[in-house]
Design a binder for this molecule. Structure first.
Ligand SMILES: CC(=O)SCCNC(=O)CCNC(=O)[C@H](O)C(C)(C)COP(=O)(O)OP(=O)(O)OC[C@H]1O[C@@H](n2cnc3c(N)ncnc32)[C@H](O)[C@@H]1OP(=O)(O)O
Ligand SMILES: CC(C)C(=O)C(=O)O
Ligand SMILES: [Mg+2]
Length: 501
């Protein structure tokens, strides 16, 4: 049977517990409105007792959100519950979330309470909350480190006093999918009212299992999943809700679970939270990382060009990413290279040209991390320049002598003389001057340099340089040359030789 899963977002409460993250009210409202657009069922807007600012943010969200349920967190404390009541006054749909820790370590070290005192506190505070809220959520904090029989006892008291939603927090990210699934199965087996309330999962990512644990809970009867956008939250963060939403969609064969999330708003939602939280998304993050729909290796690119499903289980458009990406790098293959060059408007029908260009591309990719479109244009420009060359630079060495004096040794291949190597050396006032004087001497030319200009044609520390020169030949004609290389001096020599050619 297909079940309906509710999505509960706590980006504004547990997400804001991320060290260094602090949303103001305007930002919280902006996120809440986007969450509503994403199709969220419940927004935990904050912990109103924690500060006046949080109280006001919850109040504002309650006033602005129309369809989703808005919730606030409260300890087992009358003041906390009253604060949530007050903050949620204007909400169309509301719920309160009351929690208390139940594990031995929290009972003894943090709360200094016995089991009996915990049970009495749950009874008192859930009963009180129920007077004001139809929807009362109860969380036994640190449930996964709590004795299972005591957990059943606490939950039964909460349900008896009016709790309608029981959340099972893996507060410290301690459990694993097998164990968390087994815990839900145990609760189903041992709590007679299990099907009369909604059980919910709330996981943390300390051991990197938050999403897997949430999915295990859904398999074992959880009808609500709690988490945050981009998985932000206390310590290693919470279950990333976008991961659960997409996993439920892509593996609906396995989970048989529906939900209201509008997946094509996922990227927008994630981008907004990343921007306002100041938490950049790692490139390899599942679902929304920049590399999630990028393929750089040749065999994968070839497969994706033939049929994207060879290497993509999620279409980028599903989550609101415009397209996949086939970035070119040193591991790319000929198919992707040709595909990109054709998309840039180059004729790649000549197999010999493609072969030569691809060799040059690999040489370039070995030196550069990212090959940009400009690099590819430069590759074609470089190849065109070299094709027309009579004189081709074979080797270049420049040495600093003293007080600005440089010595250059230049080897030039004469392509019209059986590739004979011409070799010469000279000095100049600066490295470029030394190179140009050496070439003049070698080719017995009297050339005047009119203009010399350098442009960085690609970006980053490994950018290529493009040197333009204008020279005046002995017959008075002006000639222009362009040279492209990672090394400015090599580009300078190439430009000069091209002008001579
Ligand atoms: C697992 C979670 O994510 S729980 C939510 C955690 N989030 C936050 O703590 C963020 C907001 N918190 C705050 O602003 C503050 O901690 C406040 C306003 C809630 C409380 O501040 P203070 O009164 O200064 O107390 P402080 O934070 O130092 O200590 C917490 C107190 O609450 C008690 N407490 C903790 N959880 C609960 C609970 N669920 N029910 C009742 N009391 C609780 C502690 O035992 C401690 O009580 P004590 O003062 O008698 O020792
Ligand atoms: C307040 C509770 C649900 C919580 O965030 C946790 O236990 O992680
Ligand atoms: Mg939490």
């Amino acid at each position: 049977m297909v079940k309906q899963i509710q999505f509960f977002d706590t980006t504004l409460r547990d997400g804001e517990q991320t060290p260094g993250v602090n949303f103001n009210t305007k930002e919280k409202v902006q996120i809440a409105l986007q969450l509503e657009k994403w199709g969220i069922d419940v927004i935990e807007a904050g912990f109103p007792i924690s500060s006046q600012g949080d109280f006001e943010a919850v109040q504002e969200i309650a006033a602005q959100i129309k369809h989703a349920t808005v919730g606030g967190l409260a300890r087992c404390s009358i003041e906390d519950i009253d604060s949530v009541r007050e903050a949620l006054k204007e909400a169309n749909h509301k719920q309160i979330h009351v929690f208390i820790a139940t594990s031995p370590i929290h009972r003894e070290s943090k709360l200094s309470m016995t089991k009996a005192e915990i049970l009495a506190s749950v009874k008192k505070h859930i009963t009180y909350a129920k007077q004001y809220f139809d929807q009362v959520q109860f969380s036994p904090e640190d449930a996964t480190r709590t004795e299972w029989d005591f957990l059943v006892e606490v939950i039964e008291v909460a349900i008896k006093c009016g709790a309608t939603i029981i959340n099972i927090p893996d507060t410290v990210g301690y459990t694993n999918p097998t164990e968390y699934g087994a815990l839900f199965a145990y609760l189903k087996e041992n709590i007679s009212a299990f099907d009369e309330v909604i059980f919910s999962s709330h996981c943390h990512d300390d051991l990197g299992m938050a999403t897997a644990n949430a999915l295990a809970a859904i398999e074992q009867g959880a009808l609500r999943v709690e988490g945050t956008i981009n998985g932000i939250g206390e310590r290693a963060g919470n279950t990333a809700l976008e991961e659960v939403a997409v996993a439920l969609h892509i593996r609906r064969d396995a989970y048989q679970a529906e939900n209201q999330i509008k997946l094509d708003e996922t990227k927008n939602t994630s981008d907004l939270v990343s921007r306002l939280s100041g938490m950049p998304i790692p490139r390899n993050k599942a679902i929304i990382g920049a590399n999630a729909y990028a393929h750089e290796s040749g065999i994968h690119q070839d497969g994706v060009l033939k049929n994207p499903e060879t290497y993509e289980i999620i279409t980028p458009q599903l989550v609101g990413v415009s397209s996949n990406d086939l970035p070119l790098g040193k591991l790319s293959g000929r198919h992707a290279f040709v595909d990109r060059m054709v998309s840039l408007g180059y004729d790649m029908s000549d197999k010999v040209v493609v072969k030569e260009l691809f060799v040059k591309f690999k040489e370039l990719a070995d030196k550069k991390k990212n090959i940009s479109t400009t690099d590819l244009h430069a590759l074609i420009a470089g190849a065109t320049i070299e094709d027309q060359a009579k004189y081709e630079l074979a080797r270049l060495q420049v040495q600093y002598i003293e007080e600005g004096l440089h010595a250059a040794t230049v080897a030039v291949r004469d392509r019209q003389q059986d590739n004979r190597i011409l070799l010469d050396t000279d000095t100049g006032a600066g490295s470029v001057d030394a190179i140009y004087k050496t070439i003049n001497r070698m080719l017995k030319l009297n050339i005047i340099l009119h203009e010399y200009r350098i442009d960085a044609i690609t970006q980053g520390h490994d950018s290529q340089a493009q040197v333009h020169v204008t020279i005046q030949l002995p017959n008075g004609y002006l000639s222009y040359g362009t040279g492209i290389d990672f090394d400015v001096l090599t580009a300078s020599a190439k430009a000069y030789l091209q002008a001579i050619n």
